[in-house]
Ligand binder design. Structure first.
Ligand code: HEC
Length: 460
């Protein structure tokens, strides 16, 4: 190579290096998630979605209309047959589908599965038992139709898709379910609940002005170690006050009404009928017969397919003490419980999104995971995939959490990751419900959590 060419090459690689360093320098972990803006079109669309889902009422109006998702379907009813062993076959008439489908969030399971050492595994279990969370995944009618049409809830259909892709010699992220499998308008949500016992109903809450950030600066503390919480007054006759006391902590407990939240209760005995097997197994055992638990909604995720964004649009809402009237486009003052949810949204992976959309996480869920403050919904959901012989959950979420993650590295990872697999239209539960390995992991996790909860009960 001539001297001039070598110099040119060095200069060019230097430029590439510096510009990629600059690029990643700009994608700083966000330490506070209140970055949305009222005039941003994606955020506006997300607020419109919020309104159409939960029907927030004007200040002072009585709460009457249940959220739209109450008419949607859980995994089993949506046709993901692998979930049917876990979800109740008949829902009690007075139980909402959101309560009936609440289960251990499979993302927590990914963490458990990825933990190699016994000590780390038991840490994940202890954390969960100290601040248990539940997740309800619900599908709207358009999504249910698509799952039925493609039989995506059956392993055979997914295996056939894999054979087809093999025949086409498709590689990397091109190994996806047929384009058009889901129609625009399809929606899937995941509700995130925290479970507290009526005995000491201390609900951990997110304080955006003082988030509990780990020393590495990349993620929040595990939920049970957050310093801020409210004691919940379960008396439904008492209203949620307009102004809430400051966040409570160990030294300064503060109580607020359960009416500040959307929630359901878990009562021992008959009250457990109609709840998922996960929940029944953990809280409806004879040991807890006299106990009552409240499952309180602290956040929810929404994915919606639109003609403009074939990779779906992604939104998440999370509860804080602050009201949201300065954030929603109409500057509306809503009634509790919907007046204290805040928003993040994105429509692209972190490295391709712009501005505050690069990072999009729910503090109550992804925020506490590995590199949670740099998380982006689509960065992880693009790895949602099914393979017949291995669970993609732990590997996929691990890739989904990678940061920094240069595009070239991602492309090369995708080549390996999607071999023998099929990308499941960004929907993780199509993969998790079909995989026997995931089911096995769930049983091990549940048994360990059950033991830990009983241990806590006995040491009270
Ligand atoms: C690190 C990986 C990861 C990140 C980041 C992530 N998710 Fe998920 N998500 C999952 C997994 C795993 C599931 C569980 C599927 C199940 O319940 O079986 C899931 C479930 C969901 C579901 C239910 C549909 C489905 O895929 O099964 C929705 C909706 C959802 N997530 C939205 C979001 C939104 C919105 C964000 C960003 C604010 C987000 N997710 C961030 C991994 C992730």
């Amino acid at each position: 190579m001539s001297m001039r060419k070598t110099v040119a090459l060095i200069v060019i690689s230097g430029i590439i290096l510096v510009s990629s360093l600059l690029y990643f320098a700009r994608v700083k972990p966000s330490t506070s998630v209140a970055a949305m803006s009222v005039s941003d079109p994606e955020d506006q669309a997300a607020w419109a979605e919020f309104v159409s889902l939960v029907h927030p009422l004007a200040d002072g109006a009585p709460v009457s209309t249940p959220p739209s998702w109450e008419t949607w379907k859980g995994k089993c009813a949506a046709g993901l047959i692998g979930a049917c062993l876990n979800q109740p076959t008949s829902i009690k008439s007075d139980m909402g589908v959101d309560a009936a489908t609440a289960e251990i969030p499979r993302q927590v399971l990914a963490d458990f599965g990825a933990a190699k050492e016994k000590k780390r595994k038991s840490e994940v279990v202890k954390r969960f038992a100290k601040a248990p969370q539940l997740g309800s995944v619900l599908f709207d009618e358009a999504a249910v139709t698509a799952i039925g049409r493609g039989s995506f809830g059956k392993a055979d259909a997914l295996k056939a898709a894999i054979a087809q892709l093999d025949g086409e010699k498709a590689t990397g992220a091109d190994r996806h379910l047929p384009t058009g499998s889901f129609d625009p308008g399809s929606e899937v949500i995941k509700l995130v609940w925290e479970v507290v016992s009526a005995d000491s109903p201390e609900l951990t809450v997110y304080n955006p002005s003082k988030p509990a950030i780990e020393q590495n600066g990349l993620q929040l503390y595990p939920l049970q170690a957050w310093p801020t919480f409210y004691s919940i007054d379960p008396d439904t006759q008492k209203p949620c006050n307009k102004v809430l006391p400051p966040y409570g902590d160990q030294h300064n407990k503060q109580t607020i009404s359960i009416n500040c939240f959307y929630w359901f209760d878990i009562r021992g005995g008959d009250g457990c009928k109609g709840l998922s097997i996960d929940v029944a197994k953990l809280w409806c055992t004879p040991a807890f017969k006299q106990e009552v638990f409240y499952s309180i909604l602290v956040g929810f995720h929404v994915m919606k397919l639109t003609p403009k964004y074939p990779n779906w649009t992604w939104m998440t809402f999370y509860w804080t003490r602050d009201t949201n009237d300065a954030e929603n486009p109409g500057k509306l003052k809503w009634s509790p419980p919907w007046n204290r949810f805040h928003l993040e949204s994105t429509a692209a992976i972190r490295e391709q999104a712009t501005g505050h959309h690069r990072i999009c996480y729910n503090p109550y869920l992804e925020g506490t995971f590995d590199r949670g403050l740099t998380a982006n919904c689509l960065s992880c959901h693009s790895f949602a995939a099914y393979a017949p012989d291995v669970s993609k959950l732990s590997d996929g979420t691990e890739d989904g959490e990678k940061y920094p993650y240069p595009l070239a590295q991602r492309a090369s990872d995708e080549q390996k990751y999607f071999q023998g697999a099929v990308q499941t239209s960004f929907i993780w539960s199509i993969s998790t419900t079909q995989n026997p390995q995931t089911a096995g992991l769930l049983t091990v996790f549940e048994n360990a959590v059950e033991e830990e909860l009983l241990h806590e009960l006995h040491s009270k």
